[in-house]
Write a protein that binds this ligand. Structure first.
Ligand code: GLA
Length: 385
């Protein structure tokens, strides 16, 4: 455990004691994630390859023995009180991620009772790093331990996804919650989003003389939810017209494209099908210890998101281009799109210089100042205090 995590665990436990007048039973952590490659493939039954970040949501929690739930945010200084019997989908705000997770557990018949909870997170919000999945998965980890629930890690991720889909109302795939729950330190998670088979793929970046820079463009997200749903709808419509259950089933891309007379749908299909292939190639290269050779795949993924899936924006494209010009071996946007973060594969020690070059270019163009950090693949959800 890093010392800053120790300090955060102590702070969230102390806040619990101060707010509720007794000590929490424990503290649970669940991380944010970056997706190394495999974007908008999850809801097409395809492949993803995320890794967990050190940045995480922490939840100090204790069971109450009744149906009451008190949810408090250390970062926002707000507390909400509710009753498990009254939790229904559709309520908004940060507390929806916590309440939604409890709702999904109970809806699936798991005996989660009332809880007192204090939340604190250092996963940047609105940056495409899965700050919401981190909250859901931290609450899930706490509930599983506190109520002794019999749930595999995959089932936990799927229930958190259900909270996001049915309670919060975002039609997302399994990527974020699977990453937050199933990842292990030093590895990326290769997940087949149809069979749910998964494999830990070693990511020895340091040994390979490499590092991955995560740079937040701080681009305000606008119309993100509608655009995401529109991409998903287009993929489902294309699969219907091609006659396959999901785009993952397209084996002959030119033949599938020939069945579509709509140029927009053709582009959407081309992204998903080629992106699935890039994930498989990346997994192969990483498994063979040829990490540096994934760089062109990152570049190709970005071009595909920009030209075919049309989910990048000017700041993100500028960040990727500038990172490459400043020496990054490969770079791409990560996450759902329309802003957020890029990742850049860099030689070890070069990430900061790449970040600085992007910041200078952003300043020249009058964009918001970016922030960045070098990512270290971390563990998925678990108890930390
Ligand atoms: C968001 C969603 C994920 C996934 C990505 C795009 O992060 O929550 O399910 O679809 O976008 O890859």
């Amino acid at each position: 455990m890093t010392s800053s995590l120790d300090a955060r665990v102590a702070a969230v436990a102390a806040a619990f004691a101060e707010r509720f007048g007794y000590r929490p039973t424990g503290v649970w952590r669940a991380p944010g994630r970056v997706n190394l490659i495999g974007e908008h493939t999850d809801y097409n039954d395809g492949f993803v390859l995320p890794f967990a970040l050190e940045q995480s949501a922490l939840v100090a929690a204790a069971p109450r023995g009744d149906q009451g739930v008190r949810i408090s945010s250390l970062d926002l200084g707000e507390t909400h009180e509710l009753s498990l019997d009254e939790i229904v989908p559709g309520s908004g705000g940060w507390q929806a991620y916590l309440a939604g997770t409890l709702w999904a557990l109970r809806e699936a018949g798991h005996p989660a009772g009332g809880l007192d909870l204090v939340l604190s997170s250092d996963v940047p919000v609105g940056a495409g790093l899965s700050s919401s999945a981190a909250i859901e998965c931290a609450v899930m980890a706490a509930a599983v331990d506190l109520f002794d629930l019999d749930l595999s890690r995959l089932d936990r991720a799927r229930l958190c996804q259900r909270a996001e889909n049915a309670y919060v109302g975002a039609p997302t795939g399994l990527l974020d919650q699977a990453a937050s729950t199933l990842c292990t330190a030093g590895h990326a998670l290769f997940l087949d989003c149809r069979s749910f088979d998964s494999r830990q793929v070693p990511l020895p970046l340091g040994e390979a003389g490499l590092e991955i820079l995560v740079l937040d463009t701080h681009t305000p997200h606008t119309h993100v939810d509608g655009e995401y749903a529109a991409r998903r709808g287009a993929c489902e419509e294309a699969a219907r017209r091609i006659g396959v259950p999901a785009l993952r089933d397209v084996v002959d891309l030119p033949a599938a494209l020939a069945l579509l007379d709509d140029e927009l749908l053709r582009r959407r299909v081309r992204h998903v099908v080629t992106e699935d292939a890039r994930v498989l190639e990346t997994v192969q290269l990483a498994s063979d210890g040829r990490l540096e050779q994934i760089a062109p795949l990152l570049d190709a993924s970005h071009a595909s998101m920009r030209d075919d899936f049309e989910i990048t924006v000017e700041t993100v494209d500028t960040a990727v281009e500038t990172a490459r010009a400043a020496g990054a071996l490969g770079a791409r946007m990560t996450g759902g799109g329309f802003g957020g973060c890029i990742i850049a594969l860099c030689r070890q020690g070069a990430g900061d210089g790449v970040g600085t070059a992007v910041a200078e270019e952003f300043a020249r163009r009058g964009f918001n100042a970016p922030t960045w950090f070098v990512a270290h693949p971390a563990d998925g959800a678990g108890r930390v205090g």
